[in-house]
Design a protein around this ligand. Structure first.
Ligand code: CIR
Length: 258
């Protein structure tokens, strides 16, 4: 079996001050957030993932959303240049950690901006959301880096939600799922499946046919279970209040270099 490592970063004490763009700000309960984060980490561990904790980034309220400052494909780790200036320092500490684990390191340079939450992959197909946080220069730089690895990058519009993966994610068979009112162009994918709830659009692939989802999407979970998927759910209400979802709380490193 491939080595399965998941990179996580513990929530900052200032989590409640995280950015909010498309939803109304509501108070975040930090203690509950910490408990939910530990349960999320436990769910990864219980399903065969070795969890690696990145150095804390307490000065950054959104640091827990570790998917945004780094993207990994094959043996290449790309330090992103987050679209929100407040989040740029979150890359700190990640290059050393990933280089020590055998990854080659690259970085997106100005004027490019790109958040990991905008990057959806299925095999060698990569879609990048162009919208609030990611610009064309960022997409072009990522496309050049990934072309050496045989991956094809396609830009897709994102205007209704924070990131592409706030709108859509991919099931193990490559079907892309999304809550249609929030998807700019469902036609961007050859196989698109509409789910009834917004958080139902977010799955973390845990391996084989198992997916991790938010507990806030019971109808979507039932729909995916009826398709034969083994659905594991976690409560992440405190992160959802900051436009976070299950995907952005970890970076999954499949087949990591030895
Ligand atoms: N990949 C993600 O979905 N990241 C969520 C980031 C939420 C954070 N409050 C932000 O606005 O950047």
């Amino acid at each position: 079996m491939d080595r399965r490592l998941a990179l996580v970063r513990r929530p900052s004490p200032s989590l409640a001050d995280g950015l909010v763009t498309h939803i109304e700000r509501t108070p975040v309960d930090l203690d509950l957030a910490l408990r939910q984060w530990r349960a999320y980490v436990d769910a990864l561990t219980e399903h065969g993932w070795q969890v690696v904790e990145a150095p804390a980034s307490d000065a950054h309220p959104d640091g827990v959303f570790i998917e945004d400052p780094v993207f990994v494909h094959g043996d290449l780790a790309v330090l992103m240049r987050p679209g929100a200036e407040e989040r740029r320092g979150e890359t700190e500490g990640l290059a050393d950690l990933l280089a020590a684990r055998g990854y080659r390191i690259a970085a997106i340079e100005a004027p490019g901006t790109i958040d990991g939450g905008d990057v959806l992959t299925h095999g060698d197909q990569v879609w990048v959301g162009l919208g609030g946080r990611t610009n064309q220069a960022g997409v072009d730089q990522l496309a050049a880096l990934l072309s050496e690895l045989g991956a094809t990058v396609t830009g897709v519009p994102v205007t209704k939600v924070l990131h592409l993966k706030s709108a859509v994610t991919a099931l193990p068979d490559g079907t892309v799922i999304g809550h249609e009112p929030l998807v700019d162009d469902p036609g961007a994918w050859p196989r698109f499946l509409a789910v009834p709830e917004e958080p139902g659009a977010h799955v973390v692939l845990l391996g084989d046919d198992r997916v991790l989802m938010s507990a806030a999407a019971p109808e979507s979970a039932a729909l995916l279970a009826a398709r034969g998927l083994d659905v594991v759910t976690v409560d992440i209400t405190e992160f959802e209040k900051l436009e976070g979802c299950v995907t952005c709380l970890s970076v999954r490193l499949r087949g990591a270099p030895a």
